[in-house]
Design a protein around this ligand. Sequence first.
Ligand code: KG4
Ligand code: ZN
Length: 346
Amino acid sequence: MKPILGLETSCDETAAALVAPDGRILAQRLLSQTREHAPFGGIVPEIAARSHLAHLPRLVDETFAAAGLGWGDIEAVAATTGPGLIGGVIVGATFGKAASLARGLPFVAVNHLEGHALSARMVADVRFPYLLLLVSGGHCQLLGVRGVGNYRLLGSTLDDAVGEAFDKVAKLLGLPYPGGPEIERLAHSGNAKRFDLPRPLIGRAGCDFSFAGLKTAVRLLVEKVGPLDETARADIAASFQAAVADTLADRTANAARSFVAEFPAATHLVVAGGVAANRTLGQRLKQTAERFGLAFVAPPPSLCTDNAAMIAWAGIERLQLGLSDELGIACRPRWPLEELARSPAP
Ligand code: KG4
Ligand code: ZN
C-alpha cells in the first residue's frame, strides 16, 4: 500500500499529513488559528471555517513537496468528516472529496475521535481489545476498543470535558488559551496540597466524570484569595491538576476493573486526545494501568493534540480492512464513536 494523505479541519487547527502504511509520518504541516481567535476569548466557528479555506490548499501542496511526493504516489485521501465545528469540517472534507474525485483515489471519511483513538497504534504495538481514556477539549470518555470502528462507551462526562475545565481554570488564572499546557507548566512549581479542591464522583460506582463542580470551586477560591501572586497561581494550578489526576485515576480504575474482567486478553490502557499530552496525568494513569496488569501508552504530545497524521493513520487502518466511503457521505457535527461503520466480524 502507498502512503495516505490525511486532512484535519474540525476545530482550530488546519492540518495535512502524508503517512506511510507502517505509521511513518513522511511529512506534515499544521497551522494553529489560536492567534486569530484570541481577541474573541474563544473559537469563532465562522472565522475557523474561513481560515481553513484560506490555508488548507497551500498546506497540502507544502506537505507533498516536503515528502517529495505527488498525487500519483498516494493510495487514498482521508479527511475528518466529523464530529466538530461543521463549517470547518465541510471545508476539509470537501477538499478531500474533490481531490479524490479528480485524481481517481478512494476517499476515507474519518471520525476525528477515531483518529485520536487509534493514534497509539501508530507508535506502539497496541493490539485490540484495549481500554481507552479519550480526553480532549470537547470530549472525556472511557471506551472499550474492540477493533476499528468497534467501540463501547463505558463512561463519559456529565458536564464539562476535562480539556474544557483546564481551559476555563486557565482563564480564571489569567493564562492564555489553550490552558492545558499553561496549567501544566505553572503546576510544576506549585504546591498541590495547599488547596483542598473537590474530586467529583470519586469513590462512586461507574465510570462517568464531572468537572463543573471542580471548576466552580476554583472560581470561588480565586475570588476568596483575592489578587493572585505568582505563588498562589502556581498552587491553584497544582491543586487543580491534582484533583483532575485523582478523578481520572479513580474513574479509569473502575473501567479497568470491569474491562479486564470481560476481556482477560486485554493488554493496554491508552490515553489519547489533547489532555493526554499532560505528563503529570500520564504518570498517574500509568500507575493505575499497572494495578490492573495493563501496559500504559500515551502517544507523543504532537500526536495527542489535533493533527492530520492521526487522520491519515485512521484512514490506513480502515483501508486495510477494505473500508472506504462514497463521496456522498455527509459531514456530521455530532458523531459518537459507537455509530461508526466497522468491518464485519471475522
Ligand atoms: O484534542 P485536542 O487538541 O482538541 C480537541 O479535539 O478538543 O485537545 C485540546 C485540549 C485543550 O482543552 C487543551 O487545553 C488540552 O487539550 N491540553 C492539555 C495539555 N495540552 C493540551 N491539557 C492538559 N495538559 C496539557 N499538557
Ligand atoms: Zn481532538
